[in-house]
Design a protein around this ligand. Structure first.
Ligand SMILES: Nc1ncnc2c1ncn2[C@@H]1O[C@H](COP(=O)(O)OP(=O)(O)OP(=O)(O)O)[C@@H](O)[C@H]1O
Ligand SMILES: [Mg+2]
Length: 293
């Protein structure tokens, strides 16, 4: 077991409701230092809401979150920024600053007094850029980069923050297969260096390939949590995604999920009541699900 016995994230009985929607319905789990954790589950199952609670963007109505042994509620923004860094799913900042300066922004929790980096801050930012292979973008602007390149810059910024926990929402959603694997491999190697990685994602085959642990959410609840090979079953995939799938263990590849058909057969599956429902258009294509890499 490569991970320390000391949980770095401890969540207990967490509830978060938007006005009328109970998006997180009593979550309890622990994550250990250096674990690479995939948060998976259908659209609307609560992944982003959970990441927002973990990054203190949202205040849960019930339950508790401890990060690195500290009650999240009692952490100041700067203290929090030394423990966790967030990589958002869509990057709307269209800043007209260079890639190097973008990564340097990750050093803000450590700047003393004036907004002025010390040599050490620059070294750390450059190290992070080297690790994420973005050093050669140095003088370009973020808006000039492709999605995959931008994603790598944002992870470099999070790394420059020297956070112990990275919270990342859909890091590979818009990337081609090559970049998807590259990002997952980079995240895996960061985890091996002791950084705890929590990633919300839809690409199940990538999640089972790279993640040490999966937390499977459905309608705001955890329906499975553990090593991919211990928890991913045909039944789980069908129960959670409404998809019939074959799960195979291929030598030298590992577990592979092969989706066969949506079990709702082209109707709209009303998961709440567990039955198919008619639509205004009569026949609606099977709900698109993000299964498979
Ligand atoms: N700002 C909001 N106001 C009201 N309800 C919201 C808001 N954001 C999310 N929700 C609802 O909370 C639930 C959880 O949404 P969340 O965005 O956390 O899901 P998700 O698992 O990240 O989904 P996706 O895979 O589509 O990104 C959904 O029912 C969603 O409609
Ligand atoms: Mg989301």
């Amino acid at each position: 077991m490569p991970f320390s016995n000391d949980p770095i994230v401890k969540v207990k009985d967490l509830v978060y409701s938007y006005d009328s929607v109970r998006a997180l319905d009593g979550l309890t789990f622990e994550i250990y230092r250096g674990e690479f954790v995939g948060l998976v589950g259908p659209n609307g199952s609560g992944k982003t809401t959970l990441l927002k609670c973990l990054s203190k963007l949202y205040t849960p109505q019930e339950g508790s979150i401890e990060l690195d042994g500290r009650d999240l509620r009692k952490l100041s923004q700067l203290e929090g920024a030394r423990i966790y860094a967030v990589v958002p799913s869509e990057f709307s900042m269209d800043m007209n600053i260079s890639i190097t300066d973008t990564v340097l922004l990750g050093r803000y929790p450590y700047l003393e007094g004036l907004w002025w980096e010390r040599k050490r801050d620059e070294e750390i930012a450059l190290e992070a850029m080297e690790k994420l292979n973005v050093l050669n973008f140095g003088n370009r602007k973020l808006g000039e980069l492709s999605s995959g390149e931008k994603q790598r810059v944002l992870i470099a910024k999070a790394l420059a923050q020297e956070a112990k926990v990275l919270l990342i929402d859909e890091p590979v959603a818009h990337l081609d297969l090559g970049y998807q694997m590259e990002i997952m491999e980079m995240l895996k190697s960061l985890a091996r260096d002791g950084v705890t990685i929590i990633v919300a994602m839809h690409e199940l085959n990538l999640a089972v390939k790279y993640c040490d642990k999966l937390i499977v959410l459905d309608k705001g609840r955890i329906v499975a949590c553990g090593k991919p090979k211990d928890i991913v079953t045909q039944k789980l995939i069908e129960d959670v995604y409404g998809v019939k799938a074959i799960i195979q263990d291929i030598p030298e590849v590992g577990m592979v999920i092969i989706p066969l058909s949506s079990s709702n057969n082209g109707g709209v599956f009303d998961k709440k009541n567990g039955k198919k429902g008619a639509t205004a258009l009569g026949k609606t294509p099977a709900r698109r699900r993000g299964v498979g890499a």
